[in-house]
Design a protein around this ligand. Structure first.
Ligand code: ADP
Ligand code: MG
Length: 353
C-alpha cells in the first residue's frame, strides 16, 4: 500500500523538480541574454564608451568599434589621408564611399534647414583659429572676412549616381558637428541587427544614444555636464533617444587678451558664437539631428533657438546660461532634474511669449 502510494508521489516530485530545473535553466539563460557588455575606445578625437545588453552583444560591440574606426578614417580632417581630407584638397571627388557621400548629403540637408547658423564648409575658418589639430591663434578681422568669402555650403554640388561632390572654390568641409551623431545612429543599426535588448552608446559625452531598454526596465539616466566643474549639472531620465550637448567649454583656449575662444563658430562673423549660452543639450529620437541641432542652437542663441523649435518641432532642449539660470522646453522640464551647483538654479520655461 505504502509502496503503491509512494510511486505516484515520486513521479509527481520528479516532475516538479524537472519543471523547477527547467525554469532555473531558462532564468540563467535569460540572465545571460541581458548581461552587459562594455567597451571603450578613442576615436573621432574623443573617448567613447559603449554598453550593450543581451543578444549578440559582444559581436555587436566588435562591429560598432570597427564601424566607428572606419568612419573616423573616412571623415577626419586631422588625418591627411582621410577621404574627406582628399576631397578638401582636390575640391572635387568621384566614387566616394557610400558612407562619406551619405553623411555629406544629409549634412547639407540639415544645414539648409538650420539656416545661416550652421555651415559644413567652415573648415578654412576652423583652421585659422587652430581648432582641430592646429595651434590656437586669434585671426585678424581681415583674415576672417577673406576666409568667410570661401565659406558657404549652399554652393556644394552632389551627384548621387557617381557619388561625386564638388566644392565651391576654396571651400572645405568640416563634419565635426555631425560625425559622432551619424556614427551613433549607424551603431544603433548594429545593436538592433545583433538582437540586443538595449544599449547606451556614449560617443564622447557630447553624443549619447540610448537604445531599447535596460534589463530592469528602468529609465536611462544620462548626466548633463556642469561646464564649470567635474560634477553633473543635472540628469536626464529617458526611455530611449539621443542626448547631444554642445558647449563652449569643450574645446577652447584663453587668448593673450584674457578672453576665452571656443570651437563653435558663427558662420556670419567667423567668431566663436557668443550669446550668453554655456551649453545646449538637445533631446531627439536620432543622434544625427541632435548632434547638428546642439551646434546650431548654440549659434542661434536662446530666443532664436526657441523660435526654431516652435517652427520645426521634433526636439526639446536644456540650455545652461552664463547667468547661472537654466532654460527648459516643456518636455525637457519633465525629464531633467538639476543637481549639484545647479540644484537651486533659476529655471526659465518661457524665453519668448
Ligand atoms: P563637439 O564636437 O565638441 O562635441 P559639436 O557637436 O558642437 O561639439 O561640434 C563642434 C564642431 O562642429 C567644431 O569642432 C567644428 O568642427 C564644427 N562647427 C563649429 N561651428 C559650426 C557651425 N556653425 N556649423 C557647422 N559646424 C560647425
Ligand atoms: Mg554637434
Amino acid at each position: 500500500m505504502h509502496t503503491a502510494e509512494r510511486k505516484p508521489n515520486n513521479s509527481f516530485f520528479a516532475r516538479i523538480l524537472a519543471a523547477v530545473s527547467a525554469l532555473a535553466f531558462c532564468l540563467a539563460l535569460s540572465g545571460c541574454r541581458s548581461e552587459m557588455h562594455e567597451r571603450e575606445l578613442f576615436a573621432m578625437d574623443t573617448f567613447m564608451s559603449l554598453r550593450v545588453y543581451g543578444g549578440e552583444a559582444e559581436s555587436a560591440l566588435g562591429e560598432i568599434s570597427e564601424l566607428i574606426t572606419r568612419l573616423d578614417g573616412l571623415l577626419s580632417v586631422t588625418n591627411d589621408e582621410s577621404e574627406l581630407s582628399r576631397l578638401n584638397r582636390a575640391g572635387k571627388a568621384e566614387g566616394l564611399s557610400p558612407e562619406t557621400f551619405d553623411i555629406i548629403r544629409r549634412a547639407l540637408e540639415f544645414s539648409e534647414s538650420a539656416g545661416a547658423c550652421f555651415d559644413v564648409t567652415l573648415r578654412p575658418v576652423m583652421r585659422a583659429w587652430g581648432f582641430t589639430g592646429g595651434k590656437h591663434r586669434i585671426p585678424s578681422a581681415d583674415e576672417l572676412s577673406s576666409l568667410l568669402e570661401k565659406v558657404g555650403d549652399g554652393g556644394v554640388v552632389l551627384d548621387s549616381e557617381s557619388r561625386s561632390v564638388t566644392l565651391p572654390d576654396g571651400a572645405e568641409l568640416d563634419l565635426g558637428a555631425l560625425a559622432k551623431g551619424y556614427a551613433a545612429d549607424e551603431a544603433a543599426k548594429l545593436v538592433n541587427a545583433g538582437g540586443c535588448t538595449g544599449a547606451l552608446l556614449n560617443l564622447g559625452s557630447s553624443t549619447i544614444l540610448a537604445i531599447g531598454s535596460k534589463p530592469d526596465k528602468s529609465k536611462w539616466r544620462i548626466a548633463v555636464k556642469d561646464p564649470a566643474g567635474s560634477d553633473a549639472a543635472g540628469v536626464v531620465a529617458i526611455e530611449h533617444g539621443a542626448v547631444s550637448t554642445s558647449g563652449g567649454y569643450e574645446r577652447c583656449f584663453t587668448g593673450p587678451d584674457g578672453r576665452t575662444y571656443w570651437h563653435i563658430i558663427d558662420p556670419r562673423t567667423g567668431l566663436p558664437a557668443s550669446n550668453g549660452i554655456v551649453s545646449v543639450t538637445v533631446l531627439t529620437e536620432d543622434a544625427f539631428t541632435g548632434d547638428g541641432l546642439s551646434t546650431a542652437l548654440f549659434v542661434m542663441g536662446p530666443e532664436d533657438a526657441e523660435k526654431y523649435r516652435r517652427t520645426h518641432g521634433g526636439f526639446e532642449f536644456i540650455m545652461l546660461m552664463e547667468d547661472g539660470s537654466i532654460f527648459l522646453t516643456p518636455e525637457a522640464a519633465k525629464v531633467f532634474t538639476p543637481q549639484g551647483a545647479y540644484a537651486q538654479a533659476e529655471i526659465v520655461t518661457a524665453l519668448i511669449p
